[in-house]
Design a protein around this ligand. Structure first.
Ligand code: V55
Ligand code: FE
Length: 490
């Protein structure tokens, strides 16, 4: 274990506490679970627990699932319709000394970093007025401010998007109220030193589909992909929308402004990535179009054109949960880190099941200057979740640090934590922490140095050894694995 790491790797994901009410519900509607690896002095401890949302508590009180399809209140039991139905299952965030679990359909849920107990929804002293908050706020490494937004900001199906700046003390310093051209999943976005970019495409919703009892989103391939660009200090009148071809725009990596040129780096999919958000034209989900590549989109703000130039940076498909050295966000950064499936590496089907070709068996360091890819292979019975970047203490060079992330051991159905030198990924891991149990699910994770998150505790080392026989639980888990969904664990 690197002895210079002092901090916490926090993960948020979803897991059904009670099974879904309807078989077609989206896995994105599973109950939020937050877990943390505390690392100090070369020792690691682990803790995890469900986020206690109003939905979680109401279900627990009744002993059953009362909530229907994803973001469709018409399908919830009447008794719980007035409650915040969020599951807080997408991403962790630390800002202004506070820890949160995020989901794009509600306010952030504040979490006690010592116990991981749920404190409750947080509206920044009443000055954050959107009903929703993205799972992907951006921390400007230059100013330390958080830039963030919420879509469907004034309620179900609303075309309002509110943009906010929240300073390093947690005070809202700016709000801009915007409209989107059509209501869609604005899951991630991007910021530069001069602009903010709102990105989405394809997913649609309507009162009609909600009344029919469907999950919130369907895929409409006739809808353009959209990028809205606004100066950071601009107003609604300065927001300019660009239109592109069918694209599933989920996650971004980075963006840079140079005068009138704005460049967006993002691992976007050709088309619908989520099989459970079905195509509105009734056609079956097409896995051959759910392909993800690192793309570079270039916008010329001096031109009257309402579209962009797009370039695929690496020929190989990648996982869309990419990370960079976040100290260089908004700068012309060189490296992207993400998991991908390397078909040249072995897979032990006998021990790990029939998942050949569907496991994320490698991390890559993608060099956007040279086009070179250096990779780390995790093992022939393993699949990786999203990695996080840990800057080496005292370092200033881009990419100097560690990659940290969990991996599912599919043979033994346990979670392991791996730490890799981000500048030497092909040399293999520096450390592997073997949990004797499943470490809980992850969509997104983030590393925070101890200084960024006051209140961390060192959990007792050498106590709490788990001795249960996990074989039975493991077999149950194996049946749940469906091989889809972002970074789904086990
Ligand atoms: C995404 C994830 C979500 C969600 C909507 O990755 C979109 C995209 C894990 O929750 O609710
Ligand atoms: Fe995400």
């Amino acid at each position: 274990m690197p002895h210079d790491m002092d901090g916490v790797f926090v993960r948020v994901g979803g897991e059904w506490y009670y099974p879904p009410k309807f078989p077609d519900d989206a896995p994105l509607h599973s109950d939020g679970y937050i877990s943390a690896f505390r690392i100090k002095n070369g020792k690691v401890s682990f803790r995890g627990r469900y986020v206690e949302t109003p939905r979680f508590r109401a279900n627990l009180a009744e002993g059953r699932q009362q909530f229907g399809n994803y973001r469709n209140p018409f399908t919830h039991d009447e008794k719980v319709r007035g409650l915040d139905a969020t599951v807080a299952n997408t991403a962790p965030l630390a800002h202004a000394g506070m820890l949160f679990a995020l989901k794009e359909d509600a306010l952030p849920y504040r979490i006690d970093p010592a116990t991981l107990g749920t404190i409750g929804p947080h509206d920044f002293g009443g000055n954050y007025r959107s009903e929703t908050f993205t799972a992907h706020p951006k921390i400007d490494p230059v100013s330390g401010e958080m830039l963030t937004f919420g879509y469907e900001a004034t309620g179900l199906l609303s075309d309002d998007l509110f943009y906010y700046v929240i300073d390093r003390n947690g005070t809202v310093t700016r709000e801009v109220r915007l409209k989107v051209p059509y209501v869609s999943v604005v899951h991630d976005w991007a910021v530069t030193q001069d602009h903010v970019l709102f990105t989405f495409g394809g997913y649609t919703t309507s009162m009609e589909r909600l009344r029919e009892g469907k999950v919130h989103w369907g895929w409409d391939k006739t809808k353009p992909s959209m990028v809205g660009i606004m100066p950071r200090d601009g107003d609604a009148k300065d927001l300019r929308w660009f239109r592109g071809p069918e694209r599933c725009m989920m996650h971004t990596l980075n963006a840079v402004s140079e005068g009138d040129k704005v460049t967006l780096y993002a691992p976007f999919y050709d088309s619908n990535f989520f099989p459970f958000f079905t195509n509105v034209d009734g056609s079956p989900w097409d896995p051959s179009k759910a392909r993800c590549f690192f793309r570079k989109l270039t916008f010329d703000l001096s031109s009257s054109s309402d579209t962009w130039e797009e370039e695929i940076l690496f020929p190989q498909q990648v996982g869309d949960l990419a990370k960079m050295d976040h100290r260089f966000l908004t700068q012309p950064a060189r490296y992207a880190f993400t998991f991908f499936s390397d078909p040249t590496k072995p897979f032990d089907e006998e021990r790990a099941g029939n998942l050949r070709g569907r496991v994320s068996n490698s991390y890559g360091r993608f060099d956007m200057h040279t086009g070179e890819v250096e990779s780390y292979f995790v093992g022939d019975t393993h699949t990786l979740q999203e990695c996080s970047f840990v800057p080496r203490r005292g370092s200033t060079e881009e990419g100097d640090g560690y990659l940290i992330g969990t991996t599912s051991n599919l043979a033994e159905l346990r979670t392991e934590l791996v730490i890799v030198d981000a500048q030497r990924v092909s040399e293999g891991e520096l450390a592997r922490v073997i949990l004797p149990f499943r470490g809980g699910p992850q969509v997104h994770g983030a590393w925070y140095d101890a200084e960024e998150l006051p209140g961390l505790v060192e959990m007792p080392v050498g106590e709490g050894v788990v001795r249960a026989d996990h074989a039975e639980a493991a077999r149950y888990d194996a049946n749940l694995f469906n091989g889809s969904g972002e970074g789904s664990d086990d």
